[in-house]
Design a protein around this ligand. Structure first.
Ligand code: ATP
Length: 324
């Protein structure tokens, strides 16, 4: 293995820089040239790249975002688009590829592996934690901490005015951020896509909880089946006359900020492991973490499955009901 290409792709996530740094440094320590392509697959098609040195990754471990940039490219989803990228990768003598991203990005990596016969390894980078085959994805822990910090602040004002706040958090079609955010911030309730939401029951529950609590927070996952925080606010209003309701959408602050120590550490370990896997001749794998241990699953399984995370989520809902 002489030249490894790397990209960050899909939504950015805090900790991606720590991962880039680990890949670059591991490559350099093994005499491999790391080649960073800018803006995900778009940069591969546009041939925008840099042979990376130690100085390129100096002082980046503490920053969110990604120094390589990221993009969503529809052209790369076509065979013609990928042919451009393959032409550029071949001209650049690339003989291995590491993709930091989500399941869409891994489908792109699989296509490259198939159409170019190049070994590829995926590293899960998304705040949503919605990847099968890993307990955690890079960025989730930081986003969760941002949510908890924000909810703590909202609780102060909610308590002072005895208001009920709906707080909408990210997570796409998954409720990981919402559920863990609710549990970690002592929220009164949580609405997640994995469980059917019943607004009548929520209203009754909030009325009952408001008798004993000064502040009530309902964390709402953006992908909830009853809608976002604004929709749920409108549905609750007629059911809760006499109560003061407010809603807040946390939005993109969840995607930025300094990565937590957990994300930096996991991203670093995953980056080193990915280079080692390529060096051993492995391909079409995603690096994951189970408990404290790194492991791999096939990219195929990673992109084709979502179901197994459900069990732990529903247990966590029971836990939330116990501790409110
Ligand atoms: P996130 O979870 O943060 O959204 P993601 O990797 O799932 O990350 P996508 O936008 O789905 O984000 O995918 C990133 C890029 O991967 C796309 O813009 C596209 O270039 C490429 N890609 C996605 N799906 C495919 C596919 N089926 N075939 C080839 N390339 C794909």
């Amino acid at each position: 293995m002489k030249r490894i290409a790397l990209i960050t792709s899909g939504g950015d996530a805090p900790g991606m820089n720590a991962c880039i740094r680990a890949i670059v440094k591991t490559c350099l320590s093994k005499g491999i040239t790391p080649v960073g392509y800018y803006n995900g697959y778009q940069g591969m098609m546009d041939n925008e790249f840099k042979e990376m040195s130690s100085s390129d990754v100096k002082n980046i471990i503490q920053y969110g975002g990604t120094i390589l940039g990221t993009a969503r490219s529809t052209e790369f989803r076509t065979k013609e688009g990928r042919a451009k990228a393959i032409h550029n990768l071949r001209a650049n003598n690339i003989d291995g590829f590491i993709c930091i991203g989500g399941d869409g990005s891994f489908k792109g990596a699989q296509a490259l592996s198939e159409e170019m016969s190049i070994p590829v390894i995926g590293i899960p980078g998304t705040i949503d934690n919605d990847m099968y085959g890993t307990d955690r994805t890079i960025g989730f822990d930081t986003a969760l901490n941002t949510v908890v910090e924000a909810v703590d602040k909202i609780k102060d004002t909610a308590g002072s005015h005895r208001r009920i706040f709906l707080v909408e958090v990210m997570g796409r079609d998954a409720g990981f951020i919402a559920l863990d955010g609710a549990l970690s911030s002592g929220a009164a309730s949580v609405l997640i896509p994995e469980e059917r939401s019943n607004i009548d029951l929520l209203a009754e529950d909030l009325k009952s909880q408001s008798k004993r609590k000064g502040n009530l927070i309902v964390v709402v996952a953006e992908g909830d089946d009853a809608g976002g925080a604004a929709d749920i606010y409108n549905k609750l209003l007629p059911l809760m006359e006499g109560y003061e309701l407010r809603y807040t959408i946390l939005g993109h602050i969840q995607r930025g900020g300094r990565p937590s120590a957990f994300d930096r550490l996991m991203a670093t370990r995953m980056g080193v492991f990915a280079v080692e896997l390529l060096e051993k001749g492995e391909s079409d794998l995603m690096v994951g973490v189970k408990g404290d241990d790194l492991h791999t699953i096939s990219l195929q399984d990673a992109v084709n499955n979502t179901a197994h995370a459900e069990v732990s989520k529903l247990n966590a809902i029971k836990l939330l009901k116990t501790v409110t």
